[in-house]
Design a binder for this molecule. Structure first.
Ligand code: PMP
Length: 462
């Protein structure tokens, strides 16, 4: 019997889930008490759950379903490839047509000299690859001591040992003895939470200059790379002040260290350009990509490196790879996804129509009594919840209390928004229409009204 064709009712599904399924980033006992929502199908920006609710997906799955749900072309591409060649490896002097075609396509799309692709299964393991690339690159250049990679507190680079070490999430470091050696951190450019009395521009410069100070502290001959998301995603959609990235670019050039742009969220139109690096005006040596590369229809990630990095790496045997590096089905799906993004002009439409429309509505949320700042870059946006916007105050409660209240109201109102501490964030499919943006925003506002009322009732704000 096909258990997927005729499945039992919600309560039974939830019981099976609780009995056997361990969820990422979840407290299992808490989840079991409430029971997870069971998502059964989706079309466009709309999810359906096992009780028949229609939910607008403000998060594009997990920042990934850029072209929206339900595109038959991707299902057909996968089916065709599975029948033709479901798998072959790329390790032993072999390649496959989907892998080489996708590598060429990525070289064409990625800016400047980023022309060489090493495939992974997702963003975390692509960042693990990056650690290996950086250290192998410097070893090949005769400077093996340049093994330190500088990253940022509250950055997110994945959940493998390497990815979580590069990331600056202290709760992740706390489980399992991370980070690995030779990863160093500087502070994030989050003006709202950490900017004090500085103007955003002063603060952006101050935070960027921490990189120079850290390089000097460690020793310029020990530092191999700096990694960052062009715009932090999982850390709460932190859009840096305009002064930040030009100063970072100046510093990495000055010390000759590699710049890794983690584009796992920002890539493929999310910031209204093909890559976040174009939006913030930087020239990385290495790019991490995943998510929007296949719009989440199949797991795939990659590192794209410049001609120069590739040339150095090519002098040695790189002892690294995953069974599924360049998986033909994932590559075929990604190629079809990129064709749709390009031929349907989705990134251009985001830039010229829907992102400006969303921006106008999103920024208007600062009028809401609960909202301090509203930030947006293309189709990723955040608001900071605060009991007092004049003083940028925090709630007199553990961080995340207000965020969870608001997120629960969103859940109840059939809109998916995520909370990160006391910020609320969205990252909808790039295909969202203006009418759907109206629905998203009206449900978000209603949820914020209800959260505001509850926070007042709980005595957490006036
Ligand atoms: N880097 C960034 C910037 C991410 O946002 C994520 C995932 N949210 C990752 C890496 C990890 O990717 P994955 O979950 O596909 O391993």
């Amino acid at each position: 019997m096909n258990v997927l064709a005729n499945y039992p009712p919600t309560a039974e599904l939830q019981a099976i889930d609780s009995a056997h399924h361990l969820h990422p980033f979840s407290h299992a006992n808490d989840l079991a008490k409430r029971g997870p929502r069971v998502i059964t199908s989706a079309k466009g920006v709309w999810l359906k759950d096992s009780d028949g609710n229609e939910i607008i997906d403000g998060m594009a799955g997990l920042w990934c379903v850029n072209i929206g749900y339900g595109r038959d072309e991707l299902a057909d591409a996968a089916s065709r490839q599975m029948r033709e060649l479901p798998f072959y490896n790329t390790f032993f002097k072999t390649t496959t047509v989907p892998a080489l075609m996708l590598a060429r396509k990525l070289a064409e799309l990625a800016p400047g000299p980023l022309n060489h692709v090493f495939f992974a299964n997702g963003g975390s393991d692509a960042n693990d690859t990056n650690i290996r690339i950086v250290r192998t690159y410097w070893a090949e250049k005769g400077q093996p001591e340049r093994s330190v990679i500088i990253s940022r507190w509250n950055g997110y680079h994945g959940s493998t040992i390497g990815g979580a070490s590069l990331g600056g999430m202290k709760a992740m470091h706390g489980q399992g003895g991370l980070p690995i050696p030779d990863i160093a951190f500087i502070d994030q450019p989050n003006w709202w939470a950490e900017g004090g009395d500085m103007t955003p521009e002063e603060f952006g410069l101050e935070r960027a200059r921490q990189l120079e100070a850290k390089i000097k502290e460690i020793g310029p001959d020990r530092v191999g790379a700096f990694i960052a998301e062009p715009i932090q995603g999982a850390g709460g959609v932190i859009v840096p002040p305009d002064s930040y990235w030009p100063e970072i670019q100046r510093i990495v050039k000055k010390y000759g260290i590699l710049l890794i742009a983690d584009e796992v969220i920002c890539g493929f139109g999310r910031t209204a350009n093909w890559f976040g690096s174009q939006t913030v005006g930087i020239e990385p040596d290495i790019m991490t990509i995943a998510k929007g590369l296949s719009s989440g229809y199949a797991p795939i990630g990659a590192s794209i490196v410049t001609d120069e990095v590739s040339e150095v790496l090519s002098n040695t045997e790189f002892n690294h790879g995953y069974t599924y590096s360049g998986h033909p089905v994932s590559c075929a799906v990604a190629l079809e996804n990129l064709r749709i993004l390009e031929e349907e002009g989705i990134v251009d439409r985001v830039r010229s129509e829907t992102a400006p429309y969303l921006k106008q509505q999103w920024e208007a949320l600062v009028d809401h009594p609960l909202i301090g700042e509203a930030k947006i870059a293309g189709m990723m946006a955040s608001v900071a919840l605060t009991p007092n916007k004049a003083t940028r105050a925090k709630f007199d409660a553990p961080a995340g209390t207000a965020g969870f209240i608001c997120r629960d109201r969103c859940f109840a109102n059939n809109v998916i928004m995520r909370s990160v501490g006391d910020r609320m964030i969205i990252s909808p499919p790039l295909t969202i229409t203006k009418d759907e943006i109206d629905i998203l925003l009206s449900r978000a506002r209603k949820s914020m009204d209800e959260a505001h009322a509850q926070l007042k009732a709980d005595g957490l704000m006036a």
